[in-house]
Design a protein around this ligand. Structure first.
Ligand code: HEC
Ligand code: HEC
Length: 318
């Protein structure tokens, strides 16, 4: 008996030392870098800046990018992401204006598209906090690039650098284990035909805007390549700090009768909520839920139709 106890105790001791060693290694290594292997097909993309693309890219950027990257002067020079969950440390979105030194003026189109898909920068650095868009349609991602290259006010070359990122130990551990770069998809991705309301809504919700990222259970347990496999897909409850650090959990958007949006939001009310943050009782949805004013009613209708088709999750969010 005594001997077994001794062996168990020393085995536990060895495991503790190994784990401590691994944590120390991750703390020292920090957020890892990767070899930059941009597939030829993406590397050689040269985005033609057309008025149609700029308009489409602007529409997407206004709901997806600018909220995180815009400064007090309405330029995309980046800022402290003050509503980052404290457990992740401190993060700063960076200057993505056309400035050659402080911004991304020198990035090629292929480098930009590869980063948006995978999270790997041209210098190999991986970005765990910046969302990835691995399944955004080719034409849409090129439109975002066209917008970044356009003469629109927010993207014009502007000086200004952000401080270095300050990832917490937890974020370092996560980005060495579960938060990895996304493998790059090279086969063509198209926007589904908008007459197929459910398929179109699925694209807008999951691949273009990533509503599921906030509206599933946990940022660290998501699968941007297969959003449906994310933990608690659209079941809400993801604890999100508002601008004062107060926690606002995301809502359950599945059609569960008791805890989801079935019976709570009809289609018209859903459109008001998503576009203008207006609740059926007239009150306003809290930050970080933002207004999505550049979406058309049809796009929001399609999201509603898609959410009706996904598995219901019983999860009461207060
Ligand atoms: C949730 C906030 C958030 C959103 C949304 C977001 N970003 Fe970022 N972005 C960041 C953060 C934080 C970084 C810094 C990443 C790092 O260095 O680890 C970053 C970095 C970048 C960089 C790298 C800049 C550099 O010099 O290294 C580019 C390019 C970029 N973002 C473009 C975009 C585009 C385009 C969109 C929309 C499709 C977008 N971002 C949406 C937070 C965000
Ligand atoms: C940055 C994170 C974030 C993103 C992105 C986001 N939401 Fe939200 N959403 C929230 C939070 C947090 C709440 C809860 C707000 C509250 O309780 O006041 C919310 C609330 C809602 C509600 C109200 C539900 C209810 O039960 O009252 C709807 C509807 C909604 N979001 C739809 C969407 C759709 C559709 C998208 C994508 C187009 C989206 N959200 C993107 C964070 C987000």
């Amino acid at each position: 008996m005594k001997k077994i106890f001794k062996i168990t105790a020393s085995a536990v001791g060895v495991i503790i030392v190994l784990i401590a060693g691994l944590v120390a290694f991750f703390a020292f290594r920090g957020v890892p870098s990767y070899e930059v292997e941009i597939p030829e097909k993406i590397k050689t993309i040269k985005v033609e800046v057309t008025p149609e693309r700029v308009a489409r890219g602007e529409k997407i950027a206004l709901v997806v990018c600018n909220g995180c990257h815009i400064d007090n002067n309405s330029r995309l020079t980046g800022k402290n992401i003050v509503d980052l969950p404290a457990a992740f440390g401190k993060a700063y979105s960076l200057n993505i204006t056309q400035d050659n030194e402080d911004g991304i003026g020198k990035w090629t189109d292929g480098e930009l598209i590869n980063f948006l898909k995978t999270g790997i920068k041209p210098n190999g650095k991986f970005s765990p906090i910046m969302p990835k868009f691995p399944r955004m349609a080719d034409e849409d991602i090129q439109s975002v690039v066209a917008y970044l290259h356009s003469d629109r006010y927010p993207v014009q070359a502007t000086k200004g650098k952000q401080p270095a990122q300050e990832p917490s130990l937890l974020l370092k551990i996560l980005s060495n284990t579960v938060m990895k770069p996304i493998p790059v998809v090279t086969e063509p991705i198209h926007v589904p035909d908008s007459t197929d309301l459910v398929a179109f809504g699925k694209y807008v919700a999951n691949d273009m805007i990533a509503c599921y990222a906030c509206h599933s259970k946990d940022f660290a347990k998501q699968d941007p390549l297969n959003p449906e496999l994310s933990l608690g897909f659209y079941g809400g409850g993801n604890p999100m700090p508002d601008l004062n650090g107060k926690i606002v959990p995301s809502s359950n958007l599945t059609f569960d009768n008791e805890t989801g949006i079935a019976g709570k939001y009809n289609e018209a009310q859903f459109i008001d909520a998503v576009k203008f943050c207006k609740k059926p009782d007239g009150s306003i949805l809290r930050y970080p839920m933002g207004p999505h004013v550049t979406l058309t009613d049809y796009e929001v209708k399609a999201i509603y139709a898609y959410l009706k088709t996904i598995p219901k999750i019983k999860n009461k969010v207060n």
